[in-house]
Design a protein around this ligand. Structure first.
Ligand SMILES: Nc1ncnc2c1ncn2[C@@H]1O[C@H](COP(=O)(O)OP(=O)(O)OP(=O)(O)O)[C@@H](O)[C@H]1O
Ligand SMILES: [Mg+2]
Length: 232
């Protein structure tokens, strides 16, 4: 068996609010293999967003470690962590984070500029990413001229365009109706497998479990169950 791509060990996260502490994560440990598609499920407040934010280097745990290919990111200072995140990871959030005054392709190109992709490569890669999500004929539309599912596909294209090793999806279809939501997750699975991206996806939708390689169930800040999809 290959060495794990991500190792999370003993993750604890307490949020302190005045004199009370919220125990959002209580000793969470697991590994993710390169190219794996892992779903995170669990009731509201069970710690899913807290966990993906720590895995993605947006936040630090109170204690515990996260490493990628043996490099411990929870030890990195804030600037180094931001740099790591910029190079290796991409996010797709529940609420579309497209900039309303930029077209679909400009939204993608803005993000690529942040990671220093420029010139001809910028044009080629942004068009390629829109093609991968089937939106090459909508590239000059503004977000307000796109449907909800299309906007989320632009957000996926934007995540892909920087060619990250891993993409974190935090309820990417939470705003979409169920049928479109399933289509978007099917597309995510197809692209991630094709491009060999590791993906962690938070979802509430029980009907799409077959699209995961493995599912972790969180409850009150702990992993309560793990299901490996034998069909994958
Ligand atoms: N910044 C914060 N400050 C204080 N408490 C927080 C903060 N963020 C989250 N929490 C608390 O931590 C717990 C876990 O929250 P988290 O957002 O990780 O849950 P979740 O599983 O993503 O829920 P949902 O499905 O509703 O998005 C909750 O009790 C929440 O109220
Ligand atoms: Mg959440």
């Amino acid at each position: 068996m290959n060495a794990a791509y991500i190792k999370a060990k003993g993750l604890v996260k307490d949020y302190i609010l005045g004199t009370t502490a919220v125990h959002a994560l209580r000793d969470v440990s697991f590994e993710v293999q390169q190219g794996e598609i892992l779903f995170l499920m669990g009731p509201s407040g069970s710690g899913k967003t807290t966990l993906v934010n720590i895995l993605g280097g947006i936040d630090y745990p109170t204690s515990g470690k996260v490493s990628y290919n043996g490099e411990e990111i929870t030890k990195l200072k804030s600037a180094a962590l931001t740099n790591f995140r910029k190079k290796k990871l991409a996010y797709v959030f529940q609420f579309y984070s497209l900039i309303p005054t930029l077209t679909a392709i400009e939204n993608i190109q803005l993000m690529m500029g942040l990671v220093d992709i420029r010139g001809k490569e910028l044009k080629r890669k942004s068009e390629e990413a829109l093609r991968a999500v089937g939106l090459e004929d909508r590239m000059n539309n503004f977000p307000s001229q796109l449907s909800g599912g299309e906007r989320q596909r632009v957000a996926i294209a934007r995540a892909l365009a920087k060619d990250p090793e891993m993409i974190i999806f935090d309820e990417p279809t939470g705003q979409l109706d169920q049928e479109i939501g399933v289509k978007v997750i099917e597309l995510i699975r197809m692209i991630c497998k094709e491009q060999q991206k590791t993906a962690i996806l938070v979802t509430h939708d029980q009907n799409i479990m077959h699209l995961a390689d493995r599912v972790l169930y969180l409850h009150s800040g702990k992993i309560r169950k793990e299901v490996v999809n034998s069909k994958c």
